[in-house]
Design a protein around this ligand. Structure first.
Ligand code: GLU
Length: 306
């Protein structure tokens, strides 16, 4: 059993929240639990709550899965404000911001393959971080001409190496991490998650990002982008992942891990909500029938943090 949620630090000035599932598979209880935390914290601050479908990866995204995710979220009592935003429809907006970064001299083209990056990172004098070693940032004009002639479309990377990004997570505390020259647009033209999420959160007015702890390692790159784009940095709270009884991240082999599977076993959606909320420490009598019980418990949690 994991400890209940505990938050630190002052409340964000702008507490609007969001949940942003990738429609590549059915939400499992861990995803639903994170969504419930994000929703309850926003509602406890009388803030708006946004829903976004992160379908940037066309190969892995399914419209029917997105619909099912929205239904499951509604079934456990989560509601949201405004239209559901889909990343696949925002390409022009991402391109506009890429142009801005480029005009500021913050981008360069990169032709490296995955194998080349892997070999460079492993070399004896490779970089001290795990990320991109900066190979294409040091190309001569002649080397660039050769790569351009190859016809292979380059990815776009930021010039971030050598800088640090710092932020304070409302759950896990202060973090500071070195940046690498990460990708904002892939060679095939697809925009990167780190870029899209920053623009989307900004455009949807999101001031508090509550999401799974598996995304904590992406946050320094997003903070860096917010800073370079002159955008206010949201408050972050990375919720510990739900683990199976063996201590491993929740997965299919742990049994009934989706809402549909729990319902098939006789549990109501309200009972699942109450269970997930009690694990987070924001449950309470009546939570099975009334989602507002959870909002009230989240308000008490915020009171203790302030
Ligand atoms: N779409 C991402 C995921 O499902 C979450 C993005 C985010 O919350 O920033 O893992």
């Amino acid at each position: 059993m994991q400890p209940p949620l505990s938050l630190r630090g002052p409340r964000p000035a702008q507490p609007d929240g969001r949940f942003a599932p990738s429609p590549s598979g059915t939400l499992h209880l861990g995803n639903l639990r994170t969504a419930l935390a994000a929703w309850a914290l926003a509602r406890a601050q009388d803030a708006r709550f946004r829903l976004r479908i992160d379908d940037l990866d066309a190969g892995r995204s399914r419209a029917a899965v997105a619909d099912e995710q929205l239904r499951d979220l509604q079934a456990i009592g989560i509601d949201w404000d405004g239209p559901v935003i889909r990343q696949s429809q925002r390409t022009a907006r991402y391109a506009e911001v890429v142009d801005r970064l480029d005009a500021a001299g913050l981008l360069y083209r990169c032709w490296c393959t995955r194998a080349e990056i892997r070999d460079a990172v492993r070399a004896p004098h490779g970089p001290r971080h795990d990320g991109y070693p900066g190979t294409c940032s040091r190309l001569t004009a002649a080397q660039i001409a050769t790569r351009e002639a190859s016809g292979r479309p380059p990815a776009l990377r930021v010039r971030a190496s050598g800088t640090f990004a710092s932020f304070t997570d409302r759950i896990s505390g202060p973090h500071s991490a070195p940046l690498d020259d990460f990708v904002v647009r892939r060679g095939d033209g697809a925009h990167a998650y780190n870029l899209a999420v920053v623009i989307d959160d900004r455009d949807q007015g999101v001031g508090e990002v509550v999401r799974g702890a598996d995304l904590l390692e992406t946050t320094p790159r997003q903070v860096w982008l917010h800073e370079r784009l002159g955008l206010p940095i949201p408050s972050y709270a990375h919720v510990p992942l739900l683990l199976g009884e063996d201590g491993e991240r929740l997965a299919k082999r742990h049994g009934a891990v989706t809402l549909a599977e729990r319902r098939a076993g006789g549990e109501s959606a309200g009972a699942v909500r109450a269970l997930l909320a009690s694990q987070l420490g924001i449950g309470g009598p009546g939570a099975e029938h009334d989602p507002q019980v959870i909002v009230a418990a989240a308000a008490a949690l915020l009171q203790r943090a302030a």
